[in-house]
Design a binder for this molecule. Structure first.
Ligand code: GLN
Length: 532
């Protein structure tokens, strides 16, 4: 633990500059030099975790193997460093405050006065150290959410200051800022960066490396100016110019020698960085030019962040087959209302994904989408809710089970082909009502699922309450709706497929969470494979 290195990433000037990508790229570069890296996020918001936050506001909830419901940044982290993370890698103010307050109620502070400094900051620091210890990493990259100067983020910056004091040269501070472009004077400006660093220094933190985000190429003399005014080494001002794909960022940073600069500052000796995975992956992505249009029939239309991992997985699968996937959003409420234009989309797209979701809205439209795909033999990939939709459609139209539905939508209905299994509560992690995190699944021989995975034993991540109703199993299977994957004890249905169809498959889990940019998840890979 003593030798663990901590690399903090903070942001200034404004939000949305891509701190998560800077943090992920930094971690990826160090991993390319065989360092054992971890990466975590400190989020200033007061929610205990993002599990209850609306995808409208906060994007998708990314679920980890251990059932942690985290911010979408953790998805970027895992995709960039190709390493599963743990719940400890996602820490919000809410989580820390609630723990400290609970301890106070238990009398753990022996009547002392509880304060932000030292109690909240100590707890935060211990969380960073604990995550590094649990992951047994050489280098822990820590992203601090928000922007320097935010009221909520103050304790986080104090933690960074304290850790720099405690760990000395084993703790670095990386700061990302913006060089805005002024069209009238045709130049990029450094003043906001200078002010942001000034703000950082007022908290007792001097940055070791500054990343300058800009939409244009940054002249060398401007980088030097930033170094001079912000008091960092010339070589430690790294341009972060806007690129067409986030996966180019590690390569760009390496062109500026980021890996060696970090190695020098962290006293890691001479390291060799093998960036070939990135070079090959990025060049493959660039070559995939021919468009392939996929329909995405979700609830949060046009909101890429709400389906970030699904879109990333589909795009990676496209690249695998040399194609550039474009998403066509299908509004299932409009499909429900038989809107002609929307219904035409079902025809024009190559295949359709029905992603995960909660709540009633657009459900009947989604059932129509599944119906269209089954009848017209259009490739269909159902993710969690999308697999439940498959079951409802099949039940209504093939098994003639009138109004077949899920307990989620009509709790009092008779024909619940998808329902809540109270006994399963005991196997659920954390005692909640949702099945969260990684669960094993055994795949039946001779099925499409087996062909896709090339194995009969898999582990996948879940986030749902309802399950396929076993009372209907035999009826479904006899009619060509195959249960091709189930829990090892056979009680929970995990994968379903329609046999008389080129590719119609649904998973009760979320395969997108384990897909990688240069190694798409097999379900996505073969779904796209069925379209090209
Ligand atoms: N709402 C469904 C359930 O809870 C599906 C959830 C999901 O798609 N993640 O079972």
């Amino acid at each position: 633990m003593k030798d663990t290195k901590f690399v903090f990433v903070t942001g200034g000037v404004c939000s949305s500059l891509g701190k998560g990508i800077v943090a992920s790229s930094t971690a990826a570069i160090m991993k390319a030099a065989n360092q054992k890296v971890g990466i975590m996020k400190l989020d200033p918001y007061l929610n205990v975790d993002p599990g209850t936050m609306s995808p409208f506001q906060h994007g998708e909830v990314f679920v980890l193997d251990d059932g942690g419901e985290t911010d979408l940044d953790l998805g970027h982290y895992e995709r960039f460093i190709d390493t599963p993370l743990i719940s400890d890698c996602s820490v919000s103010s809410g989580k820390v405050y609630s723990e400290v307050l609970a301890e106070e109620r238990e009398g753990k502070y022996l009547g002392g006065t509880i304060q932000i400094v030292p109690h909240i900051t100590d707890k935060l620091r211990s969380k960073v150290e604990l995550a590094a210890k649990k992951l047994k990493v050489d280098i822990m990259v820590v992203e601090i959410g928000g922007t320097v100067g935010d009221i909520e983020a103050e304790p986080f910056f104090e933690v960074l200051r304290q850790m720099k004091h405690k760990y000395g040269k084993n703790c670095l501070s990386l700061h990302l800022t913006l060089l805005p472009y002024l069209a009238a004077s045709k130049e990029l400006k450094t003043k906001p960066t200078q002010l942001s660093v000034k703000e950082l220094r007022s908290k007792g933190i001097t940055p070791d490396i500054i990343f300058c985000r800009a939409d244009l190429k940054i002249p060398k003399k401007l980088l030097k100016k930033v170094a001079y005014f912000c008091d960092v080494d010339d070589e430690a001002v790294i341009p972060a110019e806007t690129v067409s794909s986030i996966y180019e960022v590690p390569l760009r940073f390496q062109q500026s020698n980021l890996g060696n600069i970090l190695a020098k500052k962290l006293d890691l000796g001479d390291l060799t960085f093998d960036m070939s995975i990135w070079e090959n992956g990025v060049s493959k992505r660039k070559k995939a030019k021919k468009e392939l249009i996929i329909g995405l029939a979700g609830k949060y239309n046009e909101l890429d962040d709400a389906y970030l991992s699904v879109i990333e997985a589909a795009k990676a699968a496209g690249v695998f087959h040399g194609r550039k996937v474009e998403i066509e959003w299908i509004d299932t409420e409009k499909i429900e209302a038989d809107d002609t234009e929307e219904c035409q989309k079902l025809e024009s797209v190559a295949g359709i994904i029905v992603p995960g979701g909660f709540g009633n809205r657009g459900i009947e439209g989604k059932i129509k989408v599944a119906h269209y795909c089954r009848i017209n033999k259009k490739p269909y990939l159902g993710l969690c809710l999308g697999s439940q939709i498959m079951a409802m459609e099949f039940a209504r139209n093939i098994l003639d089970i009138k109004n077949a539905t899920s307990e989620e939508f009509h709790p009092k209905a008779k024909n619940l082909v998808v329902h809540y299994i109270p006994e399963q509560r005991t196997i659920r992690k954390k005692g909640g009502t949702m099945r969260l995190g990684s669960y094993p699944c055994k795949i039946k021989a001779g099925t499409l699922a087996e062909k896709v995975y090339g194995t009969q034993k898999i582990n996948e991540r879940h986030r749902h309450r309802y399950e396929f109703n076993n009372a209907y199993r035999a009826e479904f299977e006899a009619a060509g709706f195959l249960i091709s994957g189930e829990s090892p004890n056979g009680e929970l249905v995990e994968i379903v497929e329609v046999t008389d169809h080129p590719f119609m498959i649904g998973s009760q889990f979320h395969p997108e969470l384990k897909s990688r940019p240069f190694e798409p998840h097999p379900l996505f890979r073969d779904f796209i494979g069925a379209l090209v």
